[in-house]
Design a protein. Structure first.
Length: 321
């Protein structure tokens, strides 16, 4: 039994698979793109564009989240957000989500209720629906989300289109989730703003289609760290990228937290993942959309440099490294 579970709580085993499915799906409002939602062998989602953008992520307790750091509702929101950010990074709009859940038999059913509530809440932010999924017995809590999206007639913005001379810009927070992780790792629960950024990211979903409409040549979701994810654009496009520290915003709150912890806030901004900001390249600095911040340029060569110099520390998160 989970140590924090009330002894008299209904468990997922007691409620049963189909009872649990009913608990988390009944009474939910679906967007118009959901033609057939949960309850059949498969869902039916409208795709008037004729193409579907698809992505998936797996979140494992103890690796991607901790229930002593986050509420189940916050975990549910985060699981959905990290997937819909990938859809936005293609220049698309999220439309539907498929949820896979694995958990021990003694998991309180209320925990799954709260997870589900967070998922529906975050999906609604982007106008997407939770249309189906699967539930299985598992030794630890595992959440797998598949997100679908629509390009609405536009071309996808991939990582492979950056050209020498483009400017590099970002939209969304950088370094906040990393600062929150550092705070939580020290056993603290405040400042609330940075801890909240680690618990629930706030991807700028609308900024993806906005960047595509503005002529973005390449785009990526900043999930593993700005340097690491821009490195994916550099490799895919066959170019180099140089960032300028005088253009990188380091919020005063991050500076305060870093000072208290003896850390470097710029390192959080450059390498901290899980904020799920969007980074893109644009051919003309005058065409960078409102809300985006120019932070560098695309150059000849390879890799990502900072003020023309290779960054000596790890560029971001990588599993098994």
């Amino acid at each position: 039994m989970r140590p924090d579970a009330p002894q008299n709580a209904d468990t997922v085993a007691g409620v049963g698979e189909f009872g649990l499915i009913r608990r988390v799906t009944q009474g939910r409002i679906q967007p118009p793109s959901t033609l057939l939602g949960p309850g059949d062998d498969a869902a039916v989602v409208a795709a008037p564009d004729g193409r579907v953008v698809a992505t998936t992520d797996v979140l494992v307790e103890g690796v991607h989240f901790r229930l002593d750091w986050s509420t189940p509702e916050q975990v549910g929101r985060k699981a959905v957000a990290v997937n819909m950010a990938d859809i936005a990074a293609m220049g698309a709009t999220p439309t539907a989500l498929l949820v896979g859940l694995g958990c021990p038999a003694d998991t309180p059913a209320t925990l799954v209720d709260e997870l589900s509530a967070g998922m529906w809440q975050e999906a609604a932010v982007a106008g997407a629906g939770v249309v189906g999924g699967d539930m299985v017995t598992c030794e630890t809590l595992v959440i797998s989300i598949t997100a679908l999206g629509s390009l609405n007639g536009a071309a996808p913005v991939t990582r492979a289109g950056a050209q020498v001379g483009d400017v590099v810009a970002v939209c969304g927070r950088l370094g906040w989730a990393a600062a929150g992780l550092a705070v939580l790792g020290r056993g603290f629960r405040s400042p609330v703003a940075v801890v909240g950024a680690q618990r629930v990211p706030e991807p700028p979903y609308a900024a993806g289609p906005q960047a595509a409409a503005a002529g973005a040549t390449a785009m990526v979701d900043v999930s593993d760290g700005l340097l690491a994810d821009l490195g994916h654009i550099a490799v895919a496009s066959g170019i180099g990228i140089d960032l300028r520290t005088d253009l990188l915003e380091v919020h005063p709150r991050l500076q305060d937290v870093a000072s208290a912890l003896g850390a470097d806030p710029r390192h959080w901004v450059l390498t901290g993942g899980e904020d799920h900001a969007l980074a893109a390249t644009f051919p003309d600095p005058r065409g960078v959309p409102e809300g985006w911040r120019t932070i560098g340029t695309v150059r000849h060569g390879s890799g990502v440099t900072v003020d023309g110099i290779a960054y000596e520390k790890p560029a971001g998160w990588e599993h098994w490294r």
